[in-house]
Each structure stands twice: as C-alpha cells, then as structure tokens.
Ligand binder design. Structure first.
Ligand code: FES
Length: 150
C-alpha cells in the first residue's frame, strides 16, 4: 500500500468487535451495581418469624449480651443482671449501626453516636429516635428460640 497503513478488513472487524465488547462490559459494570442498588432484594430471610440460636441459654451470663443473626439482620440476646433473657433487633434506630451490650452500664449501647437503650429496648439517651424492635424469647430445653411478636 502506498500510505504504509495496513488495510486488513479482518483486523478492523476484530478491533470494532473488541471496542464494542469493551464498551459493553464497561456499561454492564456500571449499570449492574446501580440496578442492584435500586431493586431491593427479595424479602426472603429477613422475614424469618423465628430462629433457634446457635448457643445454649446458660452460655449467656447475667449482665451480658450476645449478637446473633435473625434472618439476615443482627439481633441481640441479653441476659439482664436479674437473670432474665430478652431479645431485640441489634439494628440501631438512628443510622443502623449494630448495637452491643455494655456490662459496665447494664444496658444496650450503640458505639456509632453514643446511643443508649434500656433493657426494654427503649431509647434513653443519644440520637436514636425510636426503641429497638423487641422479640419473644422462649427457652425450650437447652435451646433458645427467638420469635417476632405476632
Ligand atoms: S447509629 Fe446508633 S447512635 Fe447513631
């Protein structure tokens, strides 16, 4: 060729195919996460009505708490200083951080913004606007079963 360029239709086809595929892959990599974000996942596990905990009742000592999964969300089993078992959602009602039990305060606490909840799940200090969702606790033999209230 006079201009020194290779005019190979197979090569041009390959380059067009490659660029088209790369653009498609790029678009997919951008659109897929956006679509996943916009379309909520099916309710599935989060709608679980009850769960048998993976630990025994006597493994939770007085004045302590244990996080467990209720469906796909965290929950907390608390044994009060008086020895009573109670369970709550562990999702803080402020900005959804996971709460924890504070033995030094004998209540539930959220580390994110210093939110405090009493042993009934009531928000008592800090920014959380609502109580924690409370659950029903049943001890069946050596198992703890936590259920949503009907
Ligand atoms: S997320 Fe719990 S206090 Fe802010």
């Amino acid at each position: 060729m006079a201009d020194g360029l290779v005019r190979d239709p197979d090569r041009r086809g390959f380059i067009n195919w490659f660029l088209g595929t790369a653009a498609g892959a790029f678009l997919l990599s951008v659109l897929y996460p956006v679509a996943r974000y916009l379309v909520p996942p099916p309710a599935g596990e989060s709608a679980a009505a009850s769960v048998t905990l993976p630990f025994k009742p006597d493994e939770v000592k007085a004045n302590s708490g244990q996080i467990f999964k209720f469906g796909n969300r965290p929950a907390i089993l608390v044994r009060t200083p008086a020895g009573e078992l109670r369970a709550f959602s562990a999702v803080c009602t402020h900005l959804n951080c996971t709460v924890q039990y504070r033995p030094d305060l004998s209540h539930i606490w959220c580390a994110c913004h210093n939110g405090h909840f009493d042993l009934n799940g009531q928000n008592i200090a800090g920014p959380p606007p609502r109580p924690l969702e409370s659950y029903v606790v049943n001890v069946r033999g050596n198992q703890v079963v936590v259920s949503k209230t009907a």
